[in-house]
Design a protein around this ligand. Structure first.
Ligand SMILES: [Ca+2]
Length: 236
């Protein structure tokens, strides 16, 4: 009977120590899956017309600030996500940026986005991605291209945009970082952007951490058992 009660006590004590940590591990993936980008699909505000010009300096697009030559919200055509996307140009190369809060300095994040263009345009479409602290200076993190010759479907005039997804690993150097997309093509038509996401790189993996918790719990119980069997005085 005493042995049974002792076993029950050990099990309860072990669970009390391991379960809170296990709960953190199980909840962690949900936290990791949340994107830090506000309105990454450019769905807000919903526009009435097929497109809407947004001048440089405007904060009309929820979460974003238009810059340089301005941008255009586009409802017409095929989108990578939702019912709207962004054209990074009006009558000249434009850009858009967002100051992202709640980041952990030193943490790596995976940026993903969809990029397209008008296929009938001669020349290779190009877009620069900047990642730096809001006070600047701007730091170029990557340049991405969309080549019409590598896409077969005619996008214009039906606006059947063909979307390519890209990824980029970024490291936060402050809790708030500025993410900027800029049309670098200098072509007649602009780069199209949609479905922007930023998520933490899961390191260490939940599986490794969970395994580590189990190993730690088992090792602790083994040491206690060895002490009792060999009558080694415990310091606890
Ligand atoms: Ca969208």
């Amino acid at each position: 009977m005493a042995s049974s009660r002792l076993m029950s006590y050990r099990t309860t004590a072990c669970a009390a120590k391991v379960l809170p940590a296990l709960a953190v591990v199980l909840l962690w993936p949900q936290t990791l899956s949340a994107s830090f980008i506000v309105n990454g699909g450019f769905e807000q505000p919903a526009i009435v017309d097929n497109w809407m010009n947004v001048s440089g300096g405007s904060t009309f697009i929820t979460g974003w600030t238009a810059a340089d030559g301005g941008v255009q919200l586009v409802k017409q055509g095929a989108h990578a996500e939702g019912n709207q996307h962004l054209d990074l140009q009006i009558y000249g190369s434009g850009s858009v940026y967002q100051d992202i809060t709640g980041l952990v300095p030193g943490q790596e994040y995976t940026l993903s986005f969809a990029m397209s263009a008008l296929i009938y345009q001669t020349g290779i479409f190009s877009m620069d991605v900047y990642w730096n602290q809001p006070t600047g200076p701007y730091v170029l993190a990557g340049t991405f291209q969309w080549d019409p010759d590598k896409h077969t479907q005619q996008a214009y005039p039906n606006l059947g945009f063909q979307w390519d997804y890209h990824q980029l690993t970024l490291t936060a150097t402050a809790s708030t970082m500025r993410l900027k997309f800029k049309d670098a093509s200098n072509l007649l038509w602009g780069v199209q952007l949609d479905d922007v996401r930023l998520e933490p790189v899961p390191e260490p993996s939940c599986a490794v951490l969970l395994g580590g918790l189990c190993v730690c719990a088992a090792g602790r119980n083994a040491v206690r058992g060895f002490r009792r069997r060999t009558h080694v005085p415990s310091r606890e």
